[in-house]
Design a binder for this molecule. Sequence first.
Ligand code: NI
Ligand code: MN
Length: 239
Amino acid sequence: MPTLNRGFALTWLGHSTFRLVTRGARVVLLDPWVESNPACPRDQKAIDKLDVMAISHGHGDHMGDAVTLGKKHKPTVVCNYEIHLFLQRKGVPNTSPMNKGGTQEVAGLKFTMVHALHSSGIEDGGQVVYGGEPCGYVLALEDGTRIFHAGDTGIHAEMALIGELYSPEIALLPIGDLFTMSPREAAVAARMLKPKYIVPMHHGTFPALTGTPDMLREELKKLKVAAEVIALRPGEALT
Ligand code: NI
Ligand code: MN
């Protein structure tokens, strides 16, 4: 298991779902898609504690379990205003809405909502409900470590601003192509973000998501971007 010795554990549950256990033992789920996530290992599906859930956008592969887990564990749910309204209507108790450019502190962690280039409709009983704007998050942990979860996104020039303003040390970047950046765009994104480590996500879940961590390493090398690619396997943790 890759180790930074920072007192937190960031487990990739497959696709864009991560479980973060902080040094202060806070449990955070980023983009809750567990139950029907084909990449999530069976022995990782049971969630028995949850303090915070953060949602990047309204698509089922990012918030498929938000209602169930939100009702069961009553975590604080960080999301945009429209997803907050949707979850409230579904009986989720502790939503804490925000919008791009803002920061809020939840359970001792700081969440900054940043831009993503994508869509955010919520499928609900055969209808598509407006889900507001898609986003990414920069998380600042108790020890100051900053982690950027990009959500689903194409490349956009504001990644340079995210790099300048928040200097994320660890960037969780989608590389699968088709619905998000491919490794080529992700490498250029990394040039703007300047992270020390990249954890690739949104790849390998379905055959159509063709980007791989090795392709990302190739592209980074071509651009002489020094970031280290930490390719987790689903269920594996960066500790
Ligand atoms: Ni999406
Ligand atoms: Mn997606």
